[in-house]
Write a protein of this length. Structure first.
Length: 348
């Protein structure tokens, strides 16, 4: 979203960024983007909190009077759609995660609300195919771009004996427990190799307990958040993503663009397949299989020449996900939705 906002501003559009739960902006946002901060009483009652957010969002939309609303993530998508009902402003929503993980009554409710949007952006064909034909007919697929500054490591520099993972510390999705278990199967064979996990999150204490459980406190390190991830991981032996489900994770895109040999689970809804050509620029393994993940890690460690070749092939992702190409797709789709919905709005 920061990438999109910045580039729309550069293209000459008036851009408003609305936040409704936390005012802190973690990404670089250009001067000139209007940060509209919604303030309201936080209620402990979930339903009341969401109603307050919808009410506040509607007031913000009426104040800004935008030509179009673009929303990312499930709850912001639903809030944006409901808050804009009757205002004659087209809404584009973007699915950033795995729609197949939504089940039960919430799935039916979300599906009902999503049908009211004017446009849909998905990160993969597999994610788009989850939805009905009416949504698919109005949708497009736009992957994430390589948004980092392109840097290259000196190939003559020896790689460090480290395996790296960059992810939020959340076991339900990111499955650091699976990664630690897989590493434990080969740790004794490679006593000088360390598994370093970058990131923070709610499951940090639980993950520390898992490390102690496998007696790997000398080989598995929780390194926290890195402010310069390239410098932190550029000379690693390999990068591993162990998630059960994802959209198209920026961490994997960045690791590939750094020229790192990468291993990823073939997570739902299939975004990894869009990034990794198995055994060419990385390795795909089944989800929830510590055995497959462990074998793939050992294969990379035992075959440095093959690993280096995979890393060089991984660099080609920079051309496939060029920011200018991705931004052009966004602008074409935004213009298409506006032209298809000639609603009476007041420009910002």
């Amino acid at each position: 979203m920061a990438f999109l906002a910045n580039n729309l501003l550069i293209a000459g559009h008036d851009v408003n960024l609305i936040t409704y739960e936390n005012d802190q902006i973690m990404q670089k946002v250009l001067f000139g983007i209007h940060h509209f901060k919604i303030h309201h009483v936080i209620s402990s009652a979930y339903g009341i909190r969401r109603l307050l957010q919808i009410s506040s969002m509607r007031k913000a939309i009426k104040t800004i009077k935008p030509d179009i609303i673009i929303s990312f993530l499930t709850y912001p998508n639903m809030i944006s759609i409901i808050a804009s009902l009757g205002l004659q402003i087209p809404v584009i929503i973007s699915e950033r995660g795995d729609p197949y993980s939504t089940k039960g009554w919430f799935y039916s409710f979300k599906d009902l609300i999503y049908r009211l949007a004017d446009g849909y952006v998905f990160q993969s064909e597999e994610a788009m195919k989850f939805y009905n034909s009416k949504i698919q007919n109005k949708a497009t697929v736009i992957p994430n771009p390589v948004t980092i500054k392109i840097l290259t490591r000196d190939v003559k520099t020896p790689r460090d004996n480290i395996i790296v993972n960059v992810a939020r510390l959340e076991l339900k999705q990111k499955r650091q427990d699976l990664l630690i278990k897989a590493f434990s199967m080969i740790a004794s064979k490679y006593p000088t190799t360390k598994l370093i996990m970058f990131g923070d999150g709610e499951d940090e204490q639980t993950i520390n307990k898992i490390i102690l459980q496998y007696r790997l406190e000398n080989q598995v390190i929780l390194a926290g958040v890195s402010m310069n991830i390239f410098e932190s991981i550029k000379n690693a032996r390999l990068f591993v993503l162990s998630s059960d489900y994802e959209g198209i994770p920026n961490a994997l895109i960045e690791a590939l663009s750094f020229g790192l040999p990468c291993i990823s689970t073939d997570y739902s809804p299939g975004g990894a397949k869009n990034l990794i050509n198995n055994n060419k620029n990385g390795i795909l393994v089944k989800i929830d299989s510590a055995e497959e993940l462990s074998a793939a890690m050992e294969y990379i460690l035992c075959n440095p020449m093959i690993a280096e070749c995979m890393g060089q092939n991984a660099l080609k992702i920079i051309d496939n996900l060029d920011p200018e190409i991705i931004m052009e797709k966004w602008q074409e789709y935004i213009n298409f939705i506006i032209q298809k919905n000639p609603k009476t709005v007041t420009k910002c």
